[in-house]
Design a protein around this ligand. Sequence first.
Ligand code: T1G
Length: 690
Amino acid sequence: MAPLVTLSTHGNVAIVALNNPPVNALSHGVRKSLSELLVGAFSDASIGAVVIWCEGRTFIAGADIREFGKTPLAPDVPEVVELIDAAKKPVIAALHGTALGGGLELALACHYRVALPSTRVGFPEVTLGLLPGAGGTQRLPRLVGVGAALDLIVNGRLISAAQALTLGLIDAIAEEPLRESALAFAETMLLEGRPHRRVSELVAKLDAPGQLEAYRASIAQRSRGFLAPFHCIEAIRAAVELPFKEGLARERTLFVELMDSPQSKAQRHAFFAEREVTRVPGLPDDTATRTLRSAVVVGSGTRARAIGACFADASLSVTLLAGTREELDNGVAALRVSSAADEARAGLDANAKGRRAPMACSLDTGLLNDADLIVEAGEGDATAQRQSLGRIDAVVKPGAILVTTSPYADIDNVAACTKRSEEVVGVQLHQGGTARVVENIRARDTAPEVSATLMKLAKSAGKIPVLVRGPVGSRMFTEYLREALFLLEEGALPEQVDRVLYDFGFQAGPFAESDRSGLDIEWHRRKVRFDSLDPRARACTLLDQICEQGRFGLASGAGFYRYDADGNRIHDPAVEDILVLHSKDRGIVRRAISGQEILERCLFALVNEGARVLEEGIAARPLDIDMIWIHGYAFPVYRGGPMFYADQLGLASVRNAMLGYAAEPGGEHLTPAPLVERLARGLMGFYATS
Ligand code: T1G
């Protein structure tokens, strides 16, 4: 194996090269070799300056996250960083790729920094529930000012080399080849006798009194529930208020608090799960995929436009197929609005994806004949979708892939309606297509290359694809909402239930969320499944009563809440009247229900249905479910997703609580699923077995 770190000398300049693919993480092996070689170079009189440079696609992208939570091995990252700071000869960091976290902290301890134009730098630690724990919170405010440091560290935002140069974070933009440019920079610097600068010797000053408090207030809403952003501010406060060494100590204390926190464990889990979820057991990364150029989406409504946009983001040429002239006109008008919004967004955000290929809208069914991918995205029910796909199947070319988007459809039934079941898949988007996750649903006979093709398409659209055997998110949401409706029967109000889940960390509780996405979806699902519902669920007719009054949620101005002209939610006594009368009709004595009971019953209903989804093989791994819920339903990432959260609570205690609720009259539906029972008995968790 190639050595992780090597040293070569070029005249009186030493180049220390790191080679730890894929991202030159500061693993123990790297830290150990690096510090040994640096100590040697620092004490070698023939060496006037040292360049730190990395092989491969990037400069150091941080500490090795895989080592977190394990026994720390010396030297740790702070020791290596302080070794560089203390050097009596200049050290130059040569940056390329993504210089992140501990890598950027190491660069800040260097005395000069040069970077290729394409480099991006930043402190993403906050996205892992952490803060820069190797001096970054003490050096960055000293070098670029408190305002810029707050922005970079609290938001975990990456900036370009040009922006870093403007901030003074780097000293020069270097040309390719970087290694030679950095060497030339070092030689020039020695020749010119440039001063030896230490960022640690600079001073951090507030830009204005009360700056930190004002900043804390400005992030209160968007960082609600997170620990790390606020710890970041406190660490930066130390840079302003304390001498450097004491500031470092304060940073370390805050860092260790976060490292040991359940939040950071959950966010680190989410980091690796997001990468693991696209590696599917039984579908090797090198599975062949098809080259697709065109997609025809049957339908021109909201769902059709959302799915069309997803495939347009994957650079397919997309046409929405309208059924009538009126649909066509509405579709064209809606596309005009959304592409104007895309333009505006792309103009605003430097990191925005490339401009989405414009979608067309047409009445020409002949387009179906040559399309590589055909999506059935009509607003009809599962039966209508199946029949429509059957008709489409008759006219499309061999090898064309058929996609159903029905959240209710049994994918195997849909596939059976065609003569090409190996080319049938389902796709579920979330949050109207704006969510990052896509459920890529494979039928029993779907060919591996067809599933792999959809995985690839979704990734190129900037989405996280999750391969499943049926709709997972919507199925679990239905059970979550069912439990919330039972709580309304027993005495709770929509506001009370929503408040509890909002405080838990969701952006919105089940009722506000259902009103936002439209009650007609869940109402239709209830009607489709009515015969298979358990007696209590059938008798809980609250959703029917509300929808039968034409209250379908935000879009119709009323649902579980009333909405003003600006879409703001308003308590509606009419709903309370429905609840009180319903409980009376059902013979249920309404009672005060604690926040803890509301939280547990709603979350455990979610976890229990997740367990059934795993038992049935609809999802292969708990991380598939957690990624769908974190990225599709805004389950708080600092809880790790419903399955990870249940493990953090301890599945045995979750099961016991479920048994407690199941023992109550009408509580049978919270009887632990067999998988929950089995794992709890074995004192294991969902992840212990995966
Ligand atoms: N440690 C360990 N493994 C890492 C890693 C890291 N820091 N970064 C990436 N990997 C693995 C990743 O799991 C994947 O593995 C492979 O590398 C390629 O990654 C003390 C506390 C650098 C922008 O948060 O943001 O420093 O799945 O698929 O899309 O203050 O990876 O192939 O087995 O994501 O090109 C701070 C995290 C750490 C950066 C590249 N640093 N990484 O993106 O590839 S905390 C970070 C990224 C810290 C100090 C603190 C991205 C990337 P596998 P990838 P990519």
